[in-house]
Design a protein around this ligand. Structure first.
Ligand code: BEZ
Length: 323
């Protein structure tokens, strides 16, 4: 990088236009690949094998056999638990609960978002018992592990979710219903977000959010992939519309938004390096600039930076439209 910087005309107090040209050149040389939609943070790809392949063959995730007892409990997952259960279980089944609709109506400030930019995750809304079904996965928890698993999930879902009991029906062939524990965020909780229910608005929030568990879009796409694999003949319209909208944002808006955001970051690095090294040797300026550009590159690759930049750009565009 230093060799390239040494060849830039930085010496004689460049004008704003010259700085913009230098910034554009640095962008093309060192940052263009960082701006590619898939490069920042990396995206989880569709797994090579189907979730279904191991589903029935490996119904337990325990190394030792643990016999089922009447004191076991079942937990029903309709969000991230569909593709990943981070607790011990001794059996699992695909199926559905009746009378509810799955909606991305809950803010996530601790998993797929942060308090300043909450993400969106699923909860259930009451629906029509005869018409509405929510498909997901029920996990059997051995009696001896019940307290530990429920304690873990109560903590994990502390942002507004409460436990309820419902009847679960197995898919594709219905058997006797099973009583399951389900975590649901009611409309009374502080993080309920269903007052903004329009799919394009939710999609934009997902597009611009990330949290300690990763990008919000990854949660959406993983759920959609898992649902397609586990329930190939079931259509969840709300989920499908969201996937369509977020994918369109990624393909049609993200590259230009990131290019603009990173261009602005490079310009501010240029200004900061020039200000700091005013009156110093040219060589000092070049070293300072390289140091700052490397730090910028690191920052751009940190989890959540992409979403933060996208959010800032969209906010700025909205403000400009308003004024
Ligand atoms: C889940 O299925 O991952 C889930 C959804 C809401 C609360 C807890 C877990």
């Amino acid at each position: 990088m230093l060799r390239y910087i040494q060849n830039l005309p930085l010496g004689q107090s460049p004008t704003a236009g010259e700085l913009a040209a230098i910034g554009a050149s640095i962008y093309r040389q060192f940052f263009e690949n960082v701006a590619g939609a898939q490069q920042l943070n990396g995206e989880r790809k569709e797994p090579a094998g189907s979730l279904l392949e191991g589903f029935d063959a490996q119904p337990s995730n325990q190394a030792e056999h643990i016999a089922a007892t009447a004191d076991d409990v079942w937990i029903f997952g309709y969000g991230s638990l569909v593709w990943k259960a981070d607790f011990p279980y001794i059996d699992r089944r695909r199926g559905y609960v009746c009378g509810y609709k799955r909606r991305f109506y809950q803010h996530s400030i601790d998993h797929r978002g942060v308090p300043e930019r909450p993400g969106r995750v699923v909860t259930l809304l009451p629906g029509d018992v005869a018409l509405d079904r929510v498909y997901g996965v029920a996990y059997r928890i051995a009696a001896a592990q019940k307290a530990q698993v429920l304690g873990h999930l109560d903590y994990r879902e502390k942002n507004g979710y409460e436990r309820f009991n419902l009847q679960f029906h197995e898919y594709p062939a219905a058997t006797m219903p099973i009583e399951v524990i389900i975590y649901m965020a009611t409309q009374a909780n502080d993080s309920y977000a269903g007052h903004v229910w329009q799919v394009p608005c939710i999609a934009r929030q997902i597009f611009t959010s990330a949290g300690p568990s990763g990008p919000n879009r990854e949660y959406l796409f993983n759920l959609s992939i898992a649902m397609r694999q586990l329930f190939p003949d079931v259509v969840d319209e709300h989920l499908a519309e969201l996937v369509h909208c977020v994918q369109a944002l990624i393909e049609q808006e993200e590259p230009a938004l990131l290019e603009r955001a990173i261009g602005e970051e490079i310009l501010s690095v240029l200004h900061a390096a020039l200000d700091k090294q005013q009156g110093e040797q040219q060589q000092q300026l070049e070293l300072e600039l390289v140091k700052r550009l490397e730090a910028l590159r690191q920052r751009l690759q940190a989890p959540g930076t992409r979403e933060k930049l996208l959010s800032q750009q969209l906010q700025r565009a909205a403000q400009q439209t308003d004024s």
